[in-house]
Design a protein around this ligand. Sequence first.
Ligand code: SF4
Length: 399
Amino acid sequence: MFERMMNDVNPRVAEILDAALEGKEMSIAEAERLLGAEGADLHALLWAADQARREDRGDDVTYVVCRNVNFTNICYVGCSFCGFARHKHQPDAYVHDMDVLLGKCAEAIARGATEICIQGGIHPQKNHHDYHRVIADIKQAFPQLHLHAYSPEEIDWGHKKSGMALDDYLRWLVEAGLGSLPGTAAEILDDEIRRILAPRKLMTDRWVEIITSAHSIGLPTTSTVMYGHIESPRHVAAHLGLIRDIQKRTAGFTEFVPLGYIHERNKLYNVLGARPGSTANEDLRMVAVARLFMRPHITNIQVSWVKMGHKLGQLALQSGANDFGGTLMEESISRESGSEHGENTAPEDFRRLIREIGRIPVERSTLYKEIARFEDPALDPRSLEHEAPDAPPAAAAAI
Ligand code: SF4
């Protein structure tokens, strides 16, 4: 039967997948070819990526217990895909003061968080001192927390205000307690696309400059892509190539996170005619191609459950991904663009979802150090809630 499926796989696709499984580096043109895979080609791609994941990372599925803290939603950059930003006179615009931020951190620690992810809008009246103070005050109050903070767009803004050299500015934030940067604000690293998505946001060269400066001072970052809007496989493949090239030079990326575009409440879809986000096939293809393309340079491929939802996330974890991301506890950037997938996944729910696909839940730190393995399900009763029931489910029993 498997042979029959393989007979339907395009010989060129089979050749690319074989080479990737043998550890040969995939070219950008080959990634572009795979990003269009359908039917038997798609099935073969997902299978190959799952094999590669097993070889690269074993059967562990990692997650981090963290909270997102958005300190302000006031932003005038005007990215067309953003449903989060507010003008300062809008009734739901906010700037949280330090007491509120510290309260959120205390709540997060009480729920087991090891990381706080801090991002916000580009508030025209905030400057480098505000960014520094947020980090310094939180780190002073809670030295045990890893502070994963400030997108390259926020770094760009604070850096320009500071008048410092870029690496000095980043060192100044690290000395205050910054632990890593989110590699967000990447979207698609192609200026032709960026001029439509976000003409006032930093362009590709500046994103690369900020990320590589961070890596050069030992400040790790994540890496991301946002797909499912106006880009084509050519743009995505080139973006992957750029991320891989940076990683070969710096080894500073901890992970790669594909982020499907959420379309409901923003101008990019409603006015500029973007596609209504990625399809399920596109989500799985993206994860699978990322696994095969990035190996062995980046071997942590993360599922964004906020964008995909839990069930598609489980499929993505069987199509090349090995990390379920963060519990988040408060996620408003995707929600306010129209995502329906909630703002919190409890650690025990992550463990149940991971066990449902026959894998091993492992809590990790932001920088992928193992914190706890949950190999024995009996020690984790809530995570067993949906596993192999003795009695048939109520609906089936009633039929
Ligand atoms: S994506 Fe970020 S920078 Fe762009 S408008 Fe939204 S909050 Fe501002």
